[in-house]
Structures are given as structure tokens and as C-alpha cells.
Design a protein around this ligand. Structure first.
Ligand code: PEP
Ligand code: MN
Length: 275
């Protein structure tokens, strides 16, 4: 067998469908449709988050993202609202009925985040935080596992293996680009990894074209490529006014551009299904 076992196709032939529970029913990620998780990089304040959430719901998004604990390169950058932002996210869920996705950075936050959000995201920088993975593996909560900054596909799948081994099958893999010699874009997106990982593993795979490119103009083309390559969904950053975003404004779509992305990727997804 391969070094990763429980995540492999050899172990389980059928696709894993991750059920994300929410007040207005469940989102089934990996069920053959394109699941779109969207929202700002970080929750910045109540008014903006509720506004963008309602827009995203109306536009057809399936889940809301929003960072509360931001892993920033510089300790002087905006690091998120922390626990104080949880109520804002929950209010957005109440209003829209959409499930919530947020990043967990610290094992000490598992209990509170387990209770209050629907998908726990493990960011690139924590992909090999094995004690965090093991703790998340002891829960049944869906976990969105980003590919590490310079992780090989095997290392990424082995990180997922930690959670499956501990008992949690509800793992969503997220390709978000890797660091290469090319500085023009924030990262180099590995579209082939999507098709390959779908072969190697039964777990659903999504792509984050925002962190993958760092440039809003590249987000929609990469999103289209991701869905064409067989991704089960996308995670996209959207801000009502990217110029004043407290983090990642350069890669955030305006609401108008999100509508365009949505329409285009849904067409590709429909084409995929008719093949
Ligand atoms: C994020 O999605 O907010 C994020 C920080 O992404 P990554 O871990 O891929 O850099
Ligand atoms: Mn971001």
C-alpha cells in the first residue's frame, strides 16, 4: 500500500462526501456539485460581515468563510478579531442559514470553535501541526486541510491521514498553491494536483484561487481551471471594498466579480456532470 492508507483510494473506492451541517440543511461537499465557500479574508466588523454574508447568500454561495485568528507573517499585521468575532459569524449564520468556516490555529480553541462553527480550517502554516491534527481527528467535525506552503502531495495526504487515523473521516483537502522560484504570484497553483489527488484519495478536494495567486485578476481563471480539473469546490475571498480590506485586499474579489466567477464555474461544473 501507499504510505497514506486510510485516505487512499486503495482503502476506499467511493468518493467521501463530507456533510457540513447548517441551520438551513446540509451542504454535501464532494457530491458531484461545485461547493463554493466565500467571504472576506478576515471578519473585520459586524456591519461589513453581515452585509457581505447576505450578498453571498443571495449570490448562491454554499458556506461562509471568515478568519478570526489570522496567521500573519508579521506580528504587527492585523491578526483578526479572535473570539470577539465569533458572535458576528454566528449572527451571519442565523441570518443566511449558511454554514461557517474558520481557521483554527491553536489547540486550546478546539472546544469553543467546535461548538460555534461548522468547518474547522487548518491553514497552510499548520498543515504539519501534528498535535492539532490529532486533536481534530478525535472529533467528527469537518476539517478543511490546506496544503502546506511547500508541502509535497504525499506530505499533504499524510497530514490528512493523521486525522483519519484518529477517527475523523470528514476531511476536505484544499490546494492553495505552493511556494516555488516564481515570485510574480503569491504562490504557484498546482492544478494537476487536483486531478492526481482525486485519483490517489477518496477525499474531496477544493481549490483556493485567492491565496494561490494573490491577485484578484487571476482568481476567476484559476477557479475555472480548478473546476475543469475536477475540484469539488472553491474557497474564494470576497470583500465589498477590497481596497480597504485589513488583509488580502489585493486578492479579494468585489461582489460584482464574484458573481462573474460564480456563473462561469457553475457552467463548467454542469458541463463536467454531463460528460
Ligand atoms: C486563509 O484561508 O485565511 C489562509 C490564511 O490561507 P492559507 O493557510 O492557505 O495561507
Ligand atoms: Mn486571506
Amino acid at each position: 500500500m501507499k504510505p497514506f492508507k486510510l485516505v487512499s483510494r486503495e482503502y476506499k473506492k467511493e468518493n467521501t462526501i463530507v456533510e457540513i451541517k447548517s441551520p438551513s440543511g446540509s451542504v454535501l461537499l464532494g457530491h458531484g456539485n461545485c461547493t463554493i465557500i466565500a467571504g472576506p479574508c478576515a471578519v473585520e466588523n459586524r456591519e461589513d460581515y453581515l452585509e457581505i454574508s447576505q450578498f453571498l447568500k443571495a449570490a448562491g454561495a454554499h458556506a461562509l468563510r471568515g478568519g478570526l485568528f489570522k496567521p500573519r507573517t508579521s506580528p504587527y499585521s492585523f491578526k483578526g478579531l479572535g473570539h470577539a468575532g465569533l458572535e458576528i459569524m454566528q449572527e451571519a449564520r442565523e441570518i443566511t442559514g449558511l454554514p461557517l468556516v474558520t481557521e483554527i490555529m491553536d489547540i486550546r480553541d478546539i472546544d469553543i470553535l467546535y461548538e460555534s462553527v461548522d468547518v474547522l480550517q487548518v491553514g497552510s502554516r499548520n498543515m504539519q501541526n501534528f498535535s492539532l491534527l490529532e486533536e481534530l481527528g478525535k472529533t467528527k467535525k469537518p476539517v478543511l486541510l490546506k496544503r502546506g506552503l511547500s508541502a509535497t502531495i504525499e506530505e499533504w495526504l499524510l497530514a490528512a491521514e493523521y486525522m483519519l487515523k484518529a477517527g475523523n473521516q470528514n476531511v476536505i483537502l484544499c490546494e492553495r498553491g505552493i511556494r516555488t522560484f516564481e515570485p510574480y504570484m503569491r504562490n504557484t497553483v498546482d492544478i494537476a494536483a487536483v486531478a492526481l489527488v482525486k485519483e490517489l484519495s477518496h477525499l474531496p478536494v477544493i481549490v483556493d484561487p485567492s491565496h494561490a495567486t494573490g491577485k484578484w485578476k487571476m482568481v476567476t481563471p484559476v477557479a475555472r481551471a480548478a473546476i475543469a480539473a475536477g475540484a469539488d469546490g472553491l474557497m474564494v475571498e470576497v470583500h465589498q471594498e477590497p481596497d480597504r480590506a485589513l488583509s488580502d485586499g489585493k486578492q479579494s474579489l468585489t461582489p460584482e466579480n464574484f458573481l462573474r466567477l460564480y456563473e462561469q464555474v457553475m457552467q463548467i461544473s454542469t458541463l463536467n456532470r454531463s460528460q
